[in-house]
Write a protein that binds this ligand. Sequence first.
Ligand code: ADP
Ligand code: MG
Length: 380
Amino acid sequence: MGKLNVTILRYLTREDFRVLTAVEMGMKNHELVPGALAAAIANLKAGGVHKLLRELCKHKLLTYERGKKYDGYRLTNMGYDYLALKSLSLRGSVASFGNQIGIGKESNIYIVADEEENPLCLKLHRLGRTCFRNIKSKRDYHGKRHKASWLYLSRISATREFAYMTALHDRGFPVPKPIDFNRHCVIMELVNGYPLTQVSEVDDPEALYDELMDLIVRLGNSGVIHGDFNEFNLMITEEGKPILIDFPQMMSTSHPNAEYFFDRDVNCVRELCRRKFGYESSTYPTFKDLVREDDLDAEVHCTGYAFTKEMEKDLLQEYGMVDPDSESDSENDAHKEPDVRQDTKEDLIQYRQQMESEMKFAEEKAKTAKEKSDYSIRKY
Ligand code: ADP
Ligand code: MG
């Protein structure tokens, strides 16, 4: 685990950012983005896109690959990271980057700091990779391979996490304070504590058990289930207070498989308290005890962080949130692999519009961000 190498952010010019964004837009419909399409989307006044594309390849933000039908550019993990980090630093949410502090199942976690040098936590969502570990487990489970693109999945994962974290934090749930997000990156409060995996002793296991069960019930009464309520996703602060993290797989209590996942969360807590602290109790919450008091599940859809029902379905599938007893036709539901069809004029107009709005968004945010010219990182 090392540092995020962000020196390149300083050298990324406005034109580089534009060309990189153009390839990102092109990848919505293409595995590989032909140079001519990238040039058409980027629409640089001075031209010279091909030279910039080559430079971006040299810095490993893009790759140039030979496809079966045609050759083209592909955005790399690093390229996607830079687009997000550049946007976040332009608007002043992040001013400096520090060490990696964790590797989760579906993410990399870093310490970063804002302009006042307050430490924050940066989570880079990494889903749908052709990572052997992931594919193997998912093949075993569905007997099929998922095809949704990593750009698409990582982005909704981060969006969903930010939306849930915001709704939970607003209601006073013990979760990190959400700060900002862009693409597949989420910035949140850095929790001052340790994940429960690293805690071998607590003063009062019974109190912790009750507190965790109470949290599961309060979530349930608000209309949601965490879905991965385990010792990796619970942190204990210096004061011994549990903080819940990791939200992209959260689901509604109205979901057809809700009871299964509610019980699984409850059993997780029973099992971890028994194994770690030798504590067992005969009382534990059940799904039918829940009383609807809030509609947090519906509200996250109204936050303006756009994700559709279809996106949600794709994501929950990626997280394995499907009841093993229910037969799901995952093949039909899976997001389509970007195809290689010819672009129409309308496609091109749409790509350009998307890119212009991305650029405008980044620039406007940057303008409203506090002016501090000593951060070279924020200069184009
Ligand atoms: P994943 O979805 O990959 O499991 P998590 O959100 O669970 O990612 O984070 C992985 C690990 O990173 C956690 O187990 C924890 O150790 C650390 N971590 C995550 N968020 C924070 C945070 N806000 N503050 C401090 N540490 C964190
Ligand atoms: Mg986790």
